[in-house]
Design a protein. Structure first.
Length: 338
């Protein structure tokens, strides 16, 4: 699965079509969606099938690798959709006020699912353990952490409460990631501590894990089944080498600018986000333990709004049509023509 967030939607997808096609295509083509809505998430279901969701409940899909786009059918305008996940032809998208929509035919037709109202859901992830479990996290609900779970591929949902999730001291959860049965969610700091929630049973029960010296965390990713990286506010990064049971804080970003996104390729991890006098790209070659500032050749500094990786290439896109490409694991980046 590929998933990336775009505040502006250039739809620059050549880097995921395979190494041969990437090398053959030096330039990038901007594709515009017809209704002009901001798009928040996009996923490749295959090398030719893509789906994107966004403002006002926009859902669009492509069957030719992103060259042409069509509106999804079956749902009307409504709350923004912020995130999507898929398993085969089934796609689940979540958004503001607890909105959940689902497609069973790779994004062509959609239906509204329950819950119809509730806290904003910032991120959904499918565990793919038994092709049916989906977990979504979002803004806190009163004093409780917000975790929704479906066991039927997103058709019906349950908001987890006591004793499945902590119901006091809850904070907004910004991201969630899974590797097998184990999942980690991260969010706004809790007092002086980082906020981590961890599950070892496919998202049914969650335990809060504390780490001092906390700051807000915006993104999390499993690099291996044991190695997890989370990044966030003011250039902070944390890593775990035991599948999220314990964490260590590092500070990879000397600019202290926010890190909002993660991608990885093997042991190479890249984090990026808000510019601070230059591109804000940092990289690790040891699964998030030590970090360095990446070198960018060409291009005007801008915010990075999305990261993605194939087997040999990393790509970053950002404000003003920025497109950057790395072929060495994230240490060096070249500006591309849009």
């Amino acid at each position: 699965m590929f998933s990336a967030r775009f505040a502006y939607f250039p739809l620059l997808f050549a880097f995921l079509l395979g190494p041969a096609q990437v090398c053959a295509q030096a330039d990038w083509a901007q594709q515009i969606n017809g209704n002009g809505s901001n798009l928040n998430d996009v996923a490749f279901l295959s090398t030719t099938q893509l789906v994107a969701v966004g403002q006002g409940g926009t859902v669009i899909y492509s069957t030719d690798g992103g060259m042409n786009w069509n509106d999804g059918a079956g749902i009307g305008a409504g709350d923004d959709l912020l995130s999507l996940s898929f398993n085969g032809s089934t796609i689940v998208a979540v958004g503001k006020n607890g909105r959940v929509v689902r497609s069973l035919d790779v994004g062509v037709n959609w239906t509204e699912e329950n819950p119809a109202a509730g806290p904003d859901l910032n991120r959904a992830v499918a565990t793919f353990i038994d092709n049916s479990i989906v977990v979504a996290v979002g803004k806190k609900d009163g004093t409780a952490f917000t975790v929704f779970r479906s066991t039927d591929s997103g058709d019906n949902w349950t908001q987890l409460g006591n004793p499945n999730v902590p119901t006091s001291g809850g904070k907004d959860l910004n991201a969630v990631a899974f590797s097998g049965d184990i999942g980690v969610a991260v969010g706004i700091k809790s007092g002086a501590n980082f906020t981590f929630l961890r599950t070892i049973d496919k998202g049914l029960n969650w335990t809060q894990i504390n780490l001092a010296g906390g700051n807000d965390l915006y993104a999390v990713s499993f690099v291996t089944p044991l190695d997890v990286v989370a990044v966030g506010k003011a250039g902070v990064a944390t890593y775990s080498s035991d599948a999220g049971a314990t964490w260590t804080k590092v500070a990879p970003d000397p600019s202290a600018a926010n890190l909002n996104y993660i991608t990885f390729n093997g042991n190479n991890v890249v984090a990026a986000g808000t510019q601070s006098g230059g591109f804000n790209l940092v990289y690790s070659q040891d699964k998030g333990v030590t970090w360095n500032t990446a070198t960018v050749n060409g291009g005007a500094a801008s915010n990075i709004n999305a990261l993605a990786s194939s087997s040999s290439i990393m790509a970053a896109v950002g404000d003003g049509g920025t497109i950057l490409e790395s072929t060495d694991g994230g240490g060096n980046w070249d500006a591309q023509t849009s």
